[in-house]
Design a protein around this ligand. Structure first.
Ligand code: SF4
Length: 624
């Protein structure tokens, strides 16, 4: 029986027959997977048949929060959305903050499992234990902010929290994301999964609270966490003022801010146009997720020409890279507008910007012509075309249709050797860090279960010099296999499962996160763990995600990097000359698989490892 933290309930929603039923969340599942990303993969692996069409009714959308969500622990209003990704066919897992996660807990649920497909555009309205299926004709086709507002007006409650898709998700763009307020659960095309189910939105309102199992223990555990947050030299002094843009200076100083579809790193560095100084001038306020004292969201206003007056929450660092660096656009106003449009149309900014940069390179190389682009000049630096393309992609207009599913799918259609210039791993476009100059980051891009996702094992040791668990040389290879495993497991166990914001974990809890989470779990939920057992949850979740991918047919050969990173050195700047040879990548992978206890030839978890983690049934399924 649950005495705190958890709601103890899952809501299973079937869109095909418009039914909803509550199920108990088994204690053993909570103990082994904690919540968030852990709950998501546990249900996805156990319930999804192998090889289902990600855009078919058999796919499921699992929205899960953690035991900490909605409690008074700071920075924990986070949710995880798990599904089979239409972009990669691997585990699609996307995190988001905002107010929806806390509201979902107040409504009494640890997870919503959405199944089937509605006959007509629909939205789901959950008010505590009441569930209604409502006609979404009025909001279908609308931008995300209009959709959320109209739903609140229709239901006559401005405190309702909504998550929804925009036109991109309705048009099944595999780069579509899911938006709640202005927060995105991005990457991996999960907005298209919602669109394929004819599900425009989920609106939620709850009146419950989160119980605490042991007030004294909880109070002291929470104090340890807030003390660590206050002691961080970056969390409040820097990050809460400039948000994730603090990585802009770090990566440009190291010469690993990628640009011009990864041909211009160190040479095209748009510091003057979109760097911290320009952002400071554009900033008009900041935004918080529910219960977060950090408030890293940066509200920026475009001020010049036809862009003047457009406000966006962001662009955050990865968006600056995608719509600035990748496209060669040194114009912050254009980046603000592209960011705003992406949020409104429901597109992931990283994938969209990288895909536009890819198209620009093809245009400059003559692989795409004016005939292909419908007369658009697609040169690097053309900010007007960049902004226009965001809309064309969301609505699948003209060349936007060709680009709407990301670089891998576009290269397959275009041919003519374009795959060489498609910057992705497992179909997911690369984030900002030019990993030729940060080798543990490279290994993480190659091995992270969703594809190239910097958030699944961020190597802060290489970017910010954090000597935890040990000091590393960002350009060295030795020890990177073990480090990558440690980063992936710790971040999963301390951020993605209990749902502490990963920014807070990285900046304040990297040294003591497993202790803090163990103590918080005991105080809040009454479930006791050692710090090592918390770490093991991360390892268990990463192994189960790997097993899902293995079941879908992924092998060691998918743990790789785009050809460009293995053959072309960084052209300029402080990391000039760096690349990752195939042999170096092989050595890092060997070390990583050894650290993970996975088979060296295929990168498959061994029966011994799965059994040690309590996943013997998974070994049976994989016929190991
Ligand atoms: S640090 Fe930023 S992203 Fe994280 S919970 Fe706080 S406001 Fe949200």
């Amino acid at each position: 029986m649950y005495t705190g933290g958890y709601a103890g309930k899952i809501l299973r929603i079937n869109l095909t027959d418009k039914t909803a039923k509550e199920e108990a969340l088994p204690l053993e599942v909570s103990k082994n997977f904690i919540g968030g990303a852990g709950l998501g993969i546990k249900y996805l692996f156990d319930e999804l048949q192998p090889h289902v069409d990600p855009l078919g009714p058999e796919n499921k959308l699992i929205i899960s929060v953690g035991p900490f969500t909605g409690s008074s622990i700071p920075s924990t209003s986070r949710l995880n959305i798990t599904s089979k990704s239409p972009q990669t066919n691997a585990v699609g897992s996307a995190l988001s903050g905002g107010y929806f996660p806390a509201e979902m807990k107040f409504a009494g649920y640890d997870a919503l499992i959405v199944e089937g497909k509605a006959e007509k555009p629909t939205y789901i309205w959950i008010k505590d234990s009441e569930v209604n299926f409502r006609n979404a004709a009025k909001v279908w086709g609308l931008k995300t902010s209009d959709c959320q507002q109209i739903i609140k007006d229709d239901l006559k409650d401005q405190n309702i929290r909504c998550m929804c898709i925009g036109p991109a998700g309705e048009n099944l763009s595999k780069m579509a994301c899911i938006i709640n307020e202005r927060r995105a659960a991005g990457r991996k095309g999960l907005g298209a999964v919602m669109g394929s189910k004819n599900l425009k939105a989920i609106a939620i309102r709850g009146t419950g609270t989160v119980a605490v199992a042991d007030q004294e223990k909880f109070k002291s555990a929470k104090k340890a966490m807030t003390d660590s947050m206050k002691a961080s030299p970056v969390l409040y002094p820097v990050f809460s003022k400039v948000g994730s843009s603090c990585a802009f200076d770090a990566t440009t100083d190291l010469g690993i801010f990628s640009s011009k579809n990864w041909t211009g790193t160190g040479e095209f560095v748009p510091k003057d146009g979109i760097g911290l100084e320009a952002q400071g001038q554009a900033k008009v306020g900041h935004a918080h997720c529910y219960g977060c004292p950090v408030g890293c969201g940066q509200l920026m206003l475009a001020r010049k020409g036809s862009y003047a007056g457009i406000l966006s929450e962001g662009p955050e660092f990865e968006t600056q890279y995608a719509f600035g660096g990748q496209t060669g656009v040194d114009n912050l106003d254009a980046v603000i507008v592209a960011d705003h449009l992406s949020d409104e149309l429901g597109l992931d900014t990283i994938s969209t910007g990288v895909t536009i940069g890819f198209a620009m390179e093809l245009f400059e190389k003559g692989i795409l012509t004016m005939e292909d682009t419908g007369g658009l000049e697609l040169n690097f630096g053309n900010h007007e075309t960049m902004v226009k393309l965001v809309q064309m992609i969301a609505f699948r207009q003209g060349i936007g249709d060709l680009l709407a599913d990301g670089v891998k799918a576009a290269a397959e259609k275009i041919g003519k050797g374009s795959e060489k210039f498609a910057m992705h791993v497992k179909g997911l476009e690369l984030p900002a860090y030019d990993v030729r100059g940060a080798k543990a980051h490279a290994l993480n891009y190659a091995t992270a279960y969703p594809g190239a996702d910097h958030n699944k094992g961020y190597a802060a040791q290489e970017i910010f010099g954090m000597p935890i668990p040990y000091e590393v040389d960002r350009l060295g290879y030795e020890g990177k296999g073990k480090l990558c495993k440690w980063n992936q497991d710790v971040q999963c166990a301390t951020a993605d499962c209990p749902t502490i914001c990963s920014f807070v974990v990285l900046m304040a809890l990297l040294h003591n996160g497993t202790d803090v989470v163990a103590d918080l779990m005991e105080g809040l939920t009454g479930l006791s763990y050692t710090p090592d057992e918390i770490y093991e949850v991360g390892e268990r979740v990463n192994n189960l995600c790997r097993a899902f991918n293995v079941r879908e047919g992924f092998t060691r050969s998918d743990d790789t990097l785009p050809e460009r990173l293995l053959t072309e050195p960084i052209p300029g700047g402080p990391s000039k000359g760096q690349l990752i040879s195939k042999e170096d990548l092989k050595q890092m992978l060997d070390e990583y698989y050894t650290a993970r206890g996975w088979d060296q030839t295929n990168g498959v978890p061994t029966r011994e490892k799965l059994t040690e983690l309590g996943l013997g049934y998974v070994a049976d399924q994989l016929k190991l």
